[in-house]
Design a protein around this ligand. Structure first.
Ligand code: NDP
Length: 446
């Protein structure tokens, strides 16, 4: 049977674009539909603009420290409008690159809201296209908690369109997004109150890392409340009264919900097509990203596996190689490193100490906490944490964790060693680069 396309991709984010380009490079005719902007969450309203805001916010500490190094710096004022304009321009530039990548690969880009309209049919704003294979890569969206007054909360999507930085903000949540924006607004001079419902931030991370980051965030001026919930948000003119389970009331100009994300599956026609989703609306897939329908696949956050851009990209690439490149392979979700761009940042690869204790009969834990050299002259009370977890029987390093400047940059390198299954003896045999923070990873002794 003849189809309009070999592959129709719904969603032009990180996973969808990679899958479309690779499938096209294998000779497939490909279309991709996008209802918003090409580039998806990461490029348009996630990783990229967030990291640029993070860079902007770091200057405050650098200005403060500069005097200790002999500089006279008089930069007290930050202009949010200038920052957002520059960020928008960079996002626009990257979006254009994504458009070119698709057109150079001969992928047809269709702007509009797509729906699965039949076993091999996709409709985009009423126009129907047939395709041999359909890939769903529609990502996820931020959700607000079920709190009275939640309608007054903004989400991470809204931060990038704020007309001005709020003077006071309450941030709900203790995950990646909450910790990252707490650091950003704090650095830009906003008074930040972070409210987290559990006993510690960053569930799923190593406990020492969680405690260390919470302590550093508090030292930097963030008013972090744990084991606390928001019971109600009441609007009084231009400000909000945020009522807490502790009985306290915090007054703020903005309230940010950073309480998790959900797969974008509503209204996609999945039920009619027979594509199974789980209780949270995420598409259920097998190890090769195939859904419950043979020729319909899904990659990225919509599948709620490991919700990280590089993972979506690798899932999209593996799908395209398997289905169109005659090279069957599954995406590899083991030892995926990740970073939280909090201030200080956190990064990790492999298992936490608690996971290691539950997995291996015996482990060795190496840990160091120290003041980094750059904090010495300003007498800044800043501590780095680094930690290695080793399986005793094999001497393999099975987890590496860090809280401190450039953690993401450092752990990216360490992740190669962990992925390669190197041992503590291999780390010890490596000569350090002095003076660096990272050298501690090769000089850790019991
Ligand atoms: P996370 O799942 O990381 O965190 C959600 C937070 O909200 C948790 O602290 C959770 O608390 C809390 N929470 C959930 N529901 C409620 C509720 N009803 N009321 C109060 N608090 C609640 O989600 P994020 O939104 O921060 O990020 C989504 C995902 O996006 C991340 O998990 C990550 O995969 C990805 N991401 C990655 C980034 C990176 O790589 N740097 C950056 C940003 C996002 P509890 O711990 O108690 O469950």
């Amino acid at each position: 049977m003849d189809y309009d396309f070999d592959l129709f991709v719904i969603g032009a984010g990180s996973g969808g674009v990679r899958a479309a380009r690779i499938a096209a490079s294998h000779g497939a005719s490909v279309a991709v539909a996008e209802e918003s902007r090409v580039g998806g969450t990461c490029v348009i309203r996630g990783c990229v603009p967030k990291k640029l805001l993070m860079y902007a916010s770091r200057f405050r500490q650098q200005f403060e420290d500069a005097a200790a190094y002999g500089w006279e710096v008089a930069a007290e004022k930050h202009d949010w409008g200038t920052l957002i304009k520059a960020v928008d321009a960079e996002v626009f530039r990257l979006e254009s690159i994504y458009h070119s990548l698709l057109s150079n690969a001969k992928v047809k880009t269709i702007i509009g809201r797509a729906q699965v309209a039949g076993p091999h049919t996709v409709s985009v704003d009423g126009k129907r296209y047939s395709a041999k294979v359909i890939l769903i890569a529609t990502g996820a969206y931020p959700v607000k908690p079920d709190t009275p007054g939640a309608e007054f909360m903004m989400t991470s999507n809204d931060v990038f369109t704020l007309a001005a930085a709020p003077k006071r903000i309450v941030i709900a949540g203790g995950g990646y997004i909450a910790c990252e924006f707490a650091g950003i607004f704090n650095g830009l001079g906003t008074r930040v109150t972070q409210i987290h419902r559990s006993e510690q931030i960053l569930r799923g991370f190593d406990d020492d890392v969680r405690n260390h980051l919470a302590s550093e965030m508090r030292k930097s001026g963030i008013d972090l409340h744990v084991s606390t919930t928001i019971t109600e948000i009441v609007r009084h003119g231009a400000e909000y009264a945020v009522h807490l389970s502790s009985g306290e009331v915090v007054h703020a100009d903005a309230v940010l919900a950073a309480t998790g994300r959900r797969s974008n599956t509503a209204g996609l026609g999945l039920e009619a097509a027979g594509v199974a989703v789980d209780d949270e609306g995420a598409i259920i897939v097998d190890a090769g990203s195939r859904t419950s329908v043979d020729h319909i696949y899904a990659v990225g956050d919509v599948t709620n596996r490991l919700n990280l851009t590089p993972v979506a990209i690798s899932e999209g690439h593996a799908f395209a190689d398997t289905v169109f490149g005659n090279r069957k392979r599954n995406p590899d979700h083991s030892n995926v490193p990740s970073a939280v761009f909090s201030q200080p940042p956190v990064a990790m690869v492999g298992v936490t100490e608690a996971e290691a204790r539950a997995t291996y009969p015996e482990i060795d834990v190496y840990e160091a906490s120290f003041r980094p050299m750059h904090a010495a002259l300003p007498h800044r009370d800043e501590k780095v944490l680094i930690k290695l977890i080793v399986e005793s029987a094999t001497d393999k390093v099975v987890g590496a964790h860090m809280v401190g400047a450039d953690a993401g940059e450092i752990i990216q390198g360490i992740a190669i060693a962990v992925k390669a299954g190197l041992t503590k003896a291999d780390f010890d045999a490596t000569v350090g680069i002095h003076p660096t923070i990272a050298e501690e990873f090769v000089t850790l002794r019991k």
